[in-house]
Ligand binder design. Structure first.
Ligand code: 9YT
Length: 131
């Protein structure tokens, strides 16, 4: 069994910080679960364009308000506590946070640990692992 505490994990290299968001990766590829599990904070007022060409992601909103726009079909969906979205088709999208968003995110295949978005909004398949 694996048991981890978010606050403790935030003090390690599991916490990855970028301009628009930070994410603490509680489960990674090295844990052998077949997916990774993260608690992500999207900073208020930000807009992030993403395109997970190498991964499927599902996202559950714990708190905060925002919206997600599909760049595949132009549809816009509000993000409020209790909303889940799944990028089941590697959908290009924009996430806007009108207030700080706390999200629980699952990636398949699992992340290695230190991934940040490349210029297309994707994560590479084989990034550096948390040491
Ligand atoms: C919603 C989303 O994909 N935000 C970017 C961070 C990502 N959740 C991660 O790396 O944990």
């Amino acid at each position: 069994m694996i048991v981890r505490n978010l606050q403790k994990a935030e003090a390690t290299r599991r916490r990855v910080v970028t301009d628009n968001w930070e994410s603490t990766r509680l489960l990674l590829k090295s844990d052998g679960m077949g997916f990774s599990f993260h608690i992500t904070t999207i900073y208020a007022g930000t807009e992030t364009k993403m395109w997970y060409q190498n991964h499927l992601e599902s996202v559950y909103c714990i708190s905060g308000h925002g919206q997600i726009e599909s760049l595949e079909d132009g549809s816009v969906h509000p993000i409020t506590p209790g909303t889940m979205y799944a990028l089941d088709r590697h959908d290009r999208h924009v996430l806007r946070a009108s207030s700080e968003l706390k999200l629980a995110c699952v990636f398949n295949p699992p992340l290695n640990g230190l991934e940040v978005h490349d210029e297309t909004g994707a994560y590479p398949l084989e990034a550096q692992a948390v040491g």
